[in-house]
Design a protein around this ligand. Sequence first.
Ligand SMILES: *Cc1c(COP(=O)(O)O)cnc(C)c1O
Length: 450
Amino acid sequence: VHVYDALTDDLAQRIFSYALERIRLDPPPLDGPRSPEDLRALVGRTITAQGIGGQRALELFAQVLAPSNISVDHPRFWAFVAAAPTEAATLFDLVVGASSLYGGSWLEGAGSTYAENQALRWLADLAGLPDEAGGVFVSGGTAGNLSALVAARHAWRGKNPANARARGAIAASSSVHSSVRTAARVMDVDVIDVPADGRGRLTGSALGVALADVDVDDLIAIVATAGSTNVGVVDDLAGAAAVATEVDTWLHVDGAYGGAALMAPKLRRLFDGIERADSFIVDPHKWLFAPYDCCALLYRDPRLARAAHAQKAEYLDVLHEAGEWNPSDYAIHLTRRARGMPLWFSLATYGTDAYREAIEMTLSLTQEVAHLVDRLDHVELCLRPELSVIVLRRVGWQPVDYQRWCDRTLRDQIAFVVPSSWKNETVLRLCFVNPRTTIDDVAQVLETLQ
Ligand SMILES: *Cc1c(COP(=O)(O)O)cnc(C)c1O
């Protein structure tokens, strides 16, 4: 069959070499988007009856398509939340693809499931979850939050026959990640808004006030954030846990971005209470140096998640009879890539101390940047950084000035920063997850704000 014709050795080598060279670019070019018209002109139609050939397709990728993507692993990519995968993790991602691992069931994927579960266990230990805790790697925080909340609703429906037809609600703060509101919409449940405090944190007391007027029997879950995306603050997790216990509801902790900071002993107290979470997520593709796409989803009691998520059919019965761990059973999916394997290989390669060191580097960089901003007249911190997000204003600037500066800074290949807002004011937000970012990188960019 033609589609199984081996590529020529020359082409196979070119593909391997491209991958290794790209991984080792230090730094890669920042690059940037092109218009659809430009891409049409430069690339044209690539899917044809006869095929254009691997050589040509690789060339188009290397010369046009790849440089039309911003390099997320560039040390001056500070917009959104970047990624900074390790060499071990990225190289092993090639092996995961090459091995056609099926990561859904123990029957088909015992070996990779065993390894993924060790990486999950390491994360569960960081959070202080009990021995029975477990879960699965899903595509991202969005999928993780939705799967966790669906499990929470299933448990809530099981608590009381009256809940079987009830709509239910989740309580979340005004600074909760957009994906939590999306999950509520997908699930068609209400959101009880809890006003965040002056630093953007959900507190136990605000939660108590917000829940005072609602029927807490309707409550499916409380969602707390361990590292808000916009400003990088950790909610009052102990306070949220106390309220969750008091009203007997599920506590979900979204640590997609900030969960990595559990590694830093100096910051560990910020996370007090996380050990009481019923479910918890962290995205290794954000600040734990794994390639896309990878979110660790953990449950205190995985049986509750399995009850919600395990798919049942005559052709699947064989998977459940053995009673072994099936990753598919813990989220909304069946077939899955063994996407925790690059993280596993990287952790096994370098050891967790190296991870701690890398995370502490970004944390101390952030503090250095804060001190630098304090010394400069043209910029001001909007709030003191807790994790690795700096939120600053350029004194005297209007929103258009910020946008123009951001556009120019990317166009000139200096850095990738986008404006955000804080308390209705347009601001710049710099999020650091790459240990190769230096204080000089930041100092140079801040100078261009003069
Ligand atoms: C990034 C983020 C998410 C969404 O994660 P994706 O992997 O982008 O789906 C959810 N919650 C928080 C706090 C985040 O920072």
